[in-house]
Every structure is written in structure tokens, then in C-alpha cells.
Design a protein around this ligand. Structure first.
Ligand SMILES: Nc1ncnc2c1ncn2[C@@H]1O[C@H](COP(=O)(O)OP(=O)(O)OP(=O)(O)O)[C@@H](O)[C@H]1O
Length: 304
């Protein structure tokens, strides 16, 4: 079974507003898939439907190939962290996990020590939860997800609010879980760069719609620099560019600015082409593409 999560036309409406538009998504075994979207894009709503915390308005969910009542068994193979769990502030990690172990019916007590070992909290046995750093709190949340020995983790913004050190801790932990324990991971964030070093696949969500779905390699290609030009006649410059390069990818932005996403290595040649044909080039620069704006479609302009 290579597909772990599959949704078919999954939809959620709140008060007649479509928060998740009919959405087809699949998570394949072994992936670390990042779901990237601004606040309010619908990430938590989507995850809550996967976890069974929210009833979909329409569509279907399959987990490990099972849906409906049969999905109960598949759920046991999943670990969800949708909101930071309510841990007892005066309890230690062990005491907190013992409470949830009993509540969730995990038989083996020794599993607590195993998961604390995995998340690197085994040597913090005496510290109370309220004295934990944000990173440690998140790691305990992940330890709780791991109690039932899941094959797949679904984590909603586990890096949110962490400092640089905390981000590295969680990133390394998730990489280890994926590589050493073969756990498939679906993780969300509203900041692409937080997950850029972690994920193998990037899915961008905007207003409840998946607007792009890229492998790590595709994303790296897109991260290349772009050329930005300010000209006196954007329409003429566009015509010249299209005549010279049939496959050119560019956008015309307000104020006669043109950005070019491919052929960036030919910057000098492009400049000469425009100038030789009577276009005044007032500014010419190479800049890194703001991937988040690009993928979430925030950049205004006439996309070719
Ligand atoms: N129970 C609810 N009733 C009505 N509207 C809701 C409810 N839950 C979420 N929404 C709305 O759905 C939209 C998506 O919210 P959601 O929490 O899924 O977004 P998100 O991408 O996870 O963002 P964030 O990172 O801010 O949590 C928001 O506009 C939110 O106000």
C-alpha cells in the first residue's frame, strides 16, 4: 500500500462559505510533504477532517486504502498533532505521557521511555512541563503522537513560534523519524522557508484550493534567480522578448516592470536586445524569487 492518505473531492463549508473547495490530495509512503499556506488558507480545517475531528461537507477520505467504518483501524496507524496538546503544567514528561497512555489504551508502559528517547527528552525526566522551552513542548507533543507507533504523522504547524534552535531540533527530529523509522510525514506551515530544508514535496494551498504541488527538485529549479527590468515601454519589450525566446516566462508588473523567470543566465544578451531595439532600460537587476508570493499567487501582473 503506497498511498497513505487519499482524499476525493473533500470539501468543508462553514456558514455557506467554502473553506476547503473540493480537494483531491494523496500522500505517498515515505514522503515528507509540506502543506504551505497563509493563515486562514484552510490547513487546520483540512487536517481536522483527516483526523476525524471535523465532519466533511462532501467528498471522501481514504487512510491506508480504507474509508468509512473500516478507517478506524487505519487511524491507529496515524499520529495527529493538530493543536498543541493540553499537557499538565506541573507534570513531568513521563507523568503527562502516562496519563495519555492510559487514556488511549496503549498497553506497554515501556513505550513511554522509547518515545522520550526518540524525541530526545529521556534525560529531562524530572523537569516539569511548565519549565520546558517551546521546542521541548513541541517535541513532547510529537512524543505523544508516537505513543501508538504510527506509520504516518500529520503535524499542524509544529514549528510555529519556535526560535532558530527549536526549528532545527524539530527539523532534525522529523528527518530522523522519516529516515530511520520510515515514518511518512504531512506537515503544515505558513512559512515556506521553515520547511524548505525538510520536505521532499511541497503543496501550496490558498483559499482552500491546492495551487501548486512540487517535488523538492522542482522547487529548487523555481528558486533560481529572476531578472527584473524597468523599461519605458513594457509592451514593446514583451514583444521583443517573445520574438527572441519562444519559451520565455515573464510577468509584466505595474510601473513598467518586467520580471523574467527563465533564460536568467542571458541577462546581458536580454539587455542588449532591448536597448538595440530602442527600449530604454532604466533598471536591470537579478533578484531571488520570493517563492511564497509566487506560489500563493500574490504577485499582481499578467502572467504569461
Ligand atoms: N469552526 C469554524 N467556524 C467557522 N469558520 C471557521 C471554523 N474553523 C475555521 N474557520 C475558518 O476557516 C478558514 C480556514 O481556517 P484554518 O484554521 O483551517 O486555516 P489555517 O490555514 O490552518 O490557518 P491558521 O494557520 O491561521 O490556523 C478561516 O477563515 C477560519 O476563520
Amino acid at each position: 500500500m503506497d498511498t497513505i492518505i487519499q482524499t476525493y473531492q473533500l470539501k468543508k463549508t462553514f456558514k455557506e462559505e467554502d473553506i476547503i473547495k473540493p480537494l483531491d490530495f494523496s500522500l505517498r509512503k515515505g514522503e515528507i510533504c509540506a502543506l504551505i499556506g497563509k493563515n486562514g488558507a484552510g490547513k487546520s480545517t483540512f487536517f481536522k477532517m483527516l483526523a476525524g475531528q471535523l465532519m466533511p461537507t462532501g467528498g471522501d477520505i481514504h487512510l491506508f486504502g480504507k474509508s468509512g467504518k473500516e478507517m478506524i483501524h487505519s487511524k491507529k496507524r496515524m499520529g495527529f498533532m493538530i493543536e498543541t496538546p493540553e499537557f499538565f503544567p506541573d507534570f513531568t514528561a513521563t507523568q503527562n505521557l502516562e496519563y495519555f497512555r492510559i487514556q488511549r489504551g496503549v498497553i506497554e508502559k515501556k513505550r513511554i521511555y522509547e518515545v522520550l528517547q526518540i524525541v530526545g527528552l529521556a534525560n529531562q525526566k524530572k523537569k516539569r512541563f511548565k519549565d520546558y522551552s517551546m521546542g521541548m513542548k513541541q517535541r513532547l507533543g510529537i512524543a505523544l503522537c508516537l505513543l501508538g507507533s504510527p506509520d504516518c504523522l500529520v503535524l499542524d504547524e509544529p514549528i510555529n513560534g519556535l526560535d532558530a534552535e527549536g526549528i532545527i531540533e524539530i527539523r532534525n527530529l522529523l528527518l530522523r523519524l522519516n529516515q530511520e523509522k520510515q515514518i511518512t510525514i504531512l506537515v503544515s506551515s505558513h512559512i515556506l522557508t521553515e520547511l524548505q530544508l525538510l520536505a521532499t514535496r511541497f503543496v501550496f494551498i490558498k483559499n482552500g484550493v491546492i495551487v501548486d504541488d512540487l517535488s523538492k527538485e522542482n522547487l529548487n529549479d523555481k528558486s533560481k534567480k529572476q531578472v527584473q527590468l524597468k523599461v519605458d515601454d513594457a509592451a514593446k519589450a514583451s514583444r521583443l522578448l517573445e520574438q527572441a525566446y519562444a519559451d520565455i516566462q515573464y510577468k509584466v508588473l505595474p510601473n513598467h516592470i518586467i520580471t523574467i523567470q527563465n533564460h536568467v543566465e542571458k541577462g546581458g544578451e536580454i539587455n542588449r536586445l532591448l536597448v538595440d531595439n530602442g527600449v530604454l532600460v532604466m533598471e536591470f537587476r537579478m533578484e531571488a524569487l520570493n517563492l511564497e508570493e509566487y506560489f500563493l499567487g500574490l504577485v499582481e501582473g499578467n502572467e504569461k
